[in-house]
Design a protein around this ligand. Structure first.
Ligand code: SF4
Length: 761
């Protein structure tokens, strides 16, 4: 905001979309060339134009509303002026042909070209302009164009209409900001005092946001980190430091902590909020049936303006308001949330909406540099990011495609690609050759072109996935760096481009944003997370102690060898230890083991002895069974066996269930795999401790995460029992949280002594 009011910068493309998009919500518009392909296509076409043709000519106009000033700006792809005429050209790259290009898209593109021409008329006082909209079909480099000469009056009428619509819209948005900003500035911290560590986190994040710095914050469970991060971020939103906040969670269940934090702040706070979710989660009925296409898509853009007007009346806009708006105007709620995205204050979403190259939505808000990202449970980010920046292709997908395509040359092309990839699998090179990358790209483009001419709604899901899988793999092959590694499997044949180090990709995304703030109950070891998330040290780094007294947790180590080759021999000692513990201190115990096989071996003697009540994590994905397991955890006493690193070890909040102890068998290191070997090698060659980065550090973090289920509030007390001799080594112990202070128990007498001492605390 400036002295003269709020300021906005709007692209010509965004204005054309906002004011001129009409008709159906066409699913085909979801597939479009990548930015890099589009740019290369533009350059190819511009190079063919005559010498007096000027490329990428910047143009802008300023407008004044009642409460704001806004700049309409963009770059004309081409401008050619002679004594006889002025030509403005807008270039679009596409995979569609003239016949299959959705008319809704054409309308917006044409409006964009005409708006540029109108702006030029305004600047140069021209009587008429020739407006050319050229489509470059990327698969065969052919073009088709729409060309018309328009008078100044007709062009300025369009510009005037759009200016009026958008100024009215921005003024309405400013009225929301005028109400929101003072309310946020007035809002106080919702509790009389901060919890220990909570204020340090809040202050560090406040300062980092003020200075535009990113940060890494280790903030143990119980500190109230959602509120501690949201509160300073909302203060900066009110002060205008940032225009939007994105709160990212690793799982949908993380949305609940935001709901709770906001309800504590103030139910009536004038805040517009969107929870971005996958289509299936947002709308239970979303399985497009070709016989009855969803009516919420039909004439979607004709009804959208009225819904947007209604949205401006809501200064407090949450999930219920979105659902009501979608119902009232018969609009797809999933798309509506995307269309309202630039105009909300807080977005709650999964990581992939910011970082994944194929799901990114953060750019569509129109002002990424003014977006602050708060990323919760950040210990998940390195692995999630590796998945986002890696791609694999099973050859079975190509077989599916070959069976289905009706075009004979395309069938042959797919056959040739299969043969190339089989040869790579039998004799893997270090990297894909340029020829293979080109073959992948051309084949993917040919498949997409065939696909755009088909009635895709009739396609089975498997075929759709095969097409998108090939396209994504071809994209990844095109963009792969020397750091990406090629991995192949013979049975079933599969090929993967694996990203061992996601930091450069995360850095690139972060550089486009105002700042990113990564926090978690466990970001230890710090240097591991620092290097996994960013190549250069983040300016703000904070490691906070647990807010609870260290004496509330008794940490014991049973030095038993649980390495893979020794597991059978370890079972009697572990079972004896568990029986001794149960006799000394029965209660609610969560026990995490590295595999189902090992877990079953450990509990088998306990089942036979029928000495203690056992619960075992269900081995299926059946939601009812999972729920039943969770409900059973409310029982007064049990030993509940779960898999380390799995959903029940880390992904559940046991706030309502007070555990008496957490037992962790092994070091939770990930098992060896080709990917782990590449991570090891990559960080070794980068001067880091490769083995630790690939195995030891991720394992230790899982241990800390699993143990974190125990002490969740001031009243909780309990035992963490680490069953592995490696925890006796000082190297391992140095990486555990400082307040754990583990004691070694060699036998049941040691155990009894330690538990007795803990009981006296
Ligand atoms: S309204 Fe629901 S079913 Fe229809 S397109 Fe949107 S998400 Fe799918």
């Amino acid at each position: 905001m400036t002295e003269s009011g709020f300021t906005f910068r709007v692209s010509v493309q965004a204005l054309a979309r906002f004011c001129c998009q009409r008709g159906d919500l066409n699913p085909a518009t979801e597939r479009s060339p990548t930015a890099r392909e589009g740019q290369a296509g533009h350059q190819r076409l511009q190079a063919q134009r005559p010498p007096h043709y000027q490329r990428e000519q910047a143009i802008s106009l300023e407008f004044q509303g009642q409460l704001c000033r806004w700049t309409l700006a963009g770059r004309m792809d081409g401008l050619a002026q002679t004594a006889e005429e002025t030509l403005v050209e807008e270039i679009k790259t596409t995979y569609c042909s003239a016949a299959t290009l959705p008319p809704e898209q054409q309308t917006v593109h044409r409006a964009q070209a005409r708006l540029y021409a109108a702006m030029l008329c305004q600047h140069q006082d021209l009587a008429r302009v020739r407006v050319q909209l050229t489509y470059l079909k990327l698969d065969d480099d052919t073009t088709f164009a729409f060309d018309e000469t328009e008078s100044r009056d007709s062009l300025l009428a369009l510009l005037g209409d759009c200016r009026q619509q958008y100024t009215r819209w921005l003024d309405a948005h400013c009225r929301h900001l005028q109400r929101r900003n003072p309310a946020l500035e007035r809002a106080g911290f919702p509790f009389a005092s901060y919890r220990p560590g909570q204020r340090s986190l809040s202050v560090a994040l406040y300062r980092a946001l003020r200075d535009g710095h990113s940060g890494l914050y280790h903030a143990p469970t119980g500190l109230g980190k959602t509120l501690a991060t949201l509160f300073p971020a909302l203060k900066h939103l009110g002060a205008g430091t940032v225009r939007q906040i994105w709160y990212l969670t690793a799982k949908n269940s993380g949305h609940n902590s935001v709901r709770q934090a906001l309800s504590r702040l103030n139910e009536g706070l004038p805040l517009r909020l969107l929870y971005l979710q996958a289509r299936e989660r947002q709308c239970a009925g979303c399985s497009p049936d070709p016989a009855t296409p969803c009516p919420a898509r039909q004439q979607y853009f004709d009804r959208l303006p009225a819904a947007r007007e209604a949205f401006q009346l809501h200064h407090r806009f949450h999930e219920a308001e979105l659902a009501a708006l979608a119902r009232k105007y018969r609009l797809c709620p999933h798309q509506l949330s995307r269309d309202l995205l630039p105009w909300v204050d807080l977005v709650v979403a999964d990581y992939n909406y910011v970082f994944d190259p194929y799901s990114r939505l953060v750019d569509s808000s129109g002002h990424p540099r003014q977006i602050a990202v708060l990323l919760d449970e950040a210990h998940n980010l390195p692995e999630r990011a590796r998945e986002m920046f890696s791609e694999d292709l099973a050859l079975a997908r190509l077989t599916t495609l070959r069976r289905r395509v009706t075009d004979a040359p395309l069938k042959r092309r797919l056959g040739r690609l299969q043969r190339t990839l089989r040869a790579i699998i039998s004799e893997p090179p270090a990297h894909l050759t340029e020829a293979t990358v080109e073959q992948l790209g051309l084949t993917a483009q040919a498949v997409l072109d065939w696909f755009s001419g088909e009635t895709w709604l009739l396609f089975p899901e498997e075929l759709f996935e095969a097409i998108m899988g090939l396209w994504r793999f071809a994209q990844k092959a095109h963009q792969a760096t020397t750091e990406d590694a090629l991995i192949t499997w013979e049975a079933p044949p599969r090929i993967e481009l694996f990203c061992p180090d996601p930091a450069p990709h995360l850095d690139r995304v972060r550089a486009e944003l105002h700042s990113c703030h990564y926090f978690s109950g466990s970001l230890l070891p710090s240097e591991f997370f620092q290097r996994s998330i960013s190549r250069s040290p983040l300016p703000t780094q904070l490691v906070l102690p647990s807010p609870f007294p260290p004496r509330h947790q008794c940490t014991l180590v049973a030095p038993i060898n649980t390495r893979y080759g020794q597991r059978e021999q370890s079972v009697p000692r572990i079972t004896g230890l568990l029986q001794a513990l149960w006799r000394l201190r029965p209660g609610r115990y969560l026990m995490a083991a590295p595999s189902y096989h090992y877990l079953n071996a450990i509990v088998a003697p306990l089942v036979a002895a029928a000495e203690l009540p056992l619960l075992l994590q269900p081995q299926t994905r059946d939601a009812a069974q999972r729920q039943a397991f969770l409900q059973a955890l409310a029982q007064p006493a049990y030993l509940a066996g779960v898999i380390a690193g799995g959903l029940f070890a880390e992904g559940i909040d046991l706030e309502q269930v007070k555990l008496d102890g957490v037992i962790i068998i092994g070091t939770c290191q990930p098992p060896p795999s080709p990917q782990r070997a590449l991570i090891h090698q990559h960080y070794d060659s980068d001067g880091q401790r490769g083995f630790d980065f690939a195995y030891r550090y991720p394992g230790l973090n899982k241990v800390i995460q699993t143990a974190g289920r125990l002490i969740r509030s001031e009243q909780d007390r309990g035992l963490v029992l680490l069953v592995d001799d490696r925890f006796c080594h000082s190297g391992h112990q140095a990486l555990l949280p400082a307040h754990w202070q583990p004691q070694i128990v060699q036998n049941s007498q040691d155990l009894a002594r330690c538990l007795k001492a803990f009981g006296r605390e």
